[in-house]
Design a protein around this ligand. Structure first.
Ligand code: DCP
Ligand code: MG
Ligand code: MN
Length: 330
């Protein structure tokens, strides 16, 4: 589900909604990632303005808004609607695809596939579970719960519980909840937990540290974790529940110490912020991803990862003014 950074008084909320609907259409139906990103970025930019934008010409002066979106803004301001979106919304197949992709594990391709074979509603899915894989079945099982956002105080409680439980294996574990929670949002779509340990390093990983595996960690979360979508050496996807509250999507990543801060940066997001920061890194001759920061030499080949011991280090290396997590909402 698409949403914007929490902003109580978004003066451009109506047109932002239009842009997000268009973004959703490009993502789910035409599968045009570039257009999806363009609409989303424009919506984020407009949502942070402190005044209502009056015309396409004015909008075009903003970074991330070009001719096409400017024209759409004028049409929307003049007529109160957008022809393109009106006709999209009338299309039954588009409606069906948008519903099915709300199920965790069902992407645009699978949704189109299902619609083609006549499966168009959540009810239809329930009668055709044989057409779904394990992840998609879990998505369907908890469909109603996963639609609900998770209040901040509940994630705080889950954070404390995860720490308590993994500290039983070793007090030296470090647990950081990233994603929108770390950016300070009042509510989140899921929980993104990053875990590392001084004994989990790239070297040690090669001869596997039996004591500190992700499987061990998940075993220790018994009671909190109620379903597993998938679990590997570094990545767990599953479901957790606190008391009688709704079931929540929980992602855990176990990360070698050397890569921890690049991972924290990446999983804190936002996705738009990450794109911006990576582009800046490239301008400064660095390649930044969720694993490492590497200098790009004259040959154009990235070198060895530079040593990093905090998030601030990454900003400093690429000469990017440090931003607190709550300043990374776009
Ligand atoms: N991420 C990214 N690019 C993507 C997907 C994710 O850079 N295409 C990064 C940035 C996100 C983080 O991973 O902030 C976590 O992904 P989520 O989908 O969980 O997004 P958020 O936690 O930001 O929002 P939500 O509240 O919806 O979970
Ligand atoms: Mg998240
Ligand atoms: Mn997530």
């Amino acid at each position: 589900k698409l949403s914007l950074p929490s902003n109580e008084k978004n003066c451009n909320a109506d047109f932002c909604k239009v842009l997000l609907d268009l973004a959703e259409y490009e993502k789910n139906v035409t599968r045009n990632v570039h257009k999806y990103n363009a609409y989303k970025k424009a919506a984020v930019v407009l949502s942070t303005l402190d005044h209502k934008i009056q015309s396409g010409d004015e909008a075009k002066k903003l970074k991330g808004i070009g001719d096409k979106i400017a024209k759409k803004l004028d049409e929307f301001n003049e007529t109160g609607k957008l022809k393109k979106l009106e006709s999209i919304n009338l299309n039954e197949n588009v409606k069906s695809i948008n519903i099915l992709t709300r199920v965790s594990g069902i992407g645009p391709v699978k949704a189109a596939d299902l619609v083609r074979s006549g499966i168009k509603t959540i009810e239809d899915l329930k009668n055709n579970e044989d057409k779904l894989n394990h992840h998609q079945r879990i998505g369907l099982k908890y469909f109603a719960d996963f639609e609900k956002t998770i209040p901040r105080n509940e994630i705080q409680e889950i954070e404390v519980l995860i720490k308590t439980l993994v500290y039983k294996i070793s007090k030296k574990f470090s647990v950081t909840i990233c994603g929108s929670y770390r950016r300070g949002k009042a509510a989140s779509g899921d929980i993104d937990a990053l875990i590392t340990h001084p004994k989990i390093t790239l070297k040690q990983n090669r001869n596997k540290n039996e004591k500190y595996t992700l499987e061990k960690i998940v075993e220790n979360l018994e009671g909190l974790v109620i379903d597993t979508i998938s679990v590997g050496e570094t990545k767990f996807m599953g479901v957790c529940i606190l008391r009688g509250l709704p079931a929540r999507r929980l992602d855990i990543r176990l990360i070698p110490l050397e890569q921890f801060y690049c991972a924290v940066l990446y999983f804190t997001g936002s996705d738009v912020f990450n794109k911006q920061m990576r582009a800046h890194a490239l301008e400064k001759g660095f390649m930044l991803n969720e694993y490492s920061l590497r200098h790009i030499g004259v040959t154009g080949v990235p070198g060895e990862p530079v040593p990093i011991s905090s998030e601030e280090d990454i900003f400093a290396y690429i000469d990017f003014p440090y931003k607190q997590p709550n300043e990374r909402n776009y």
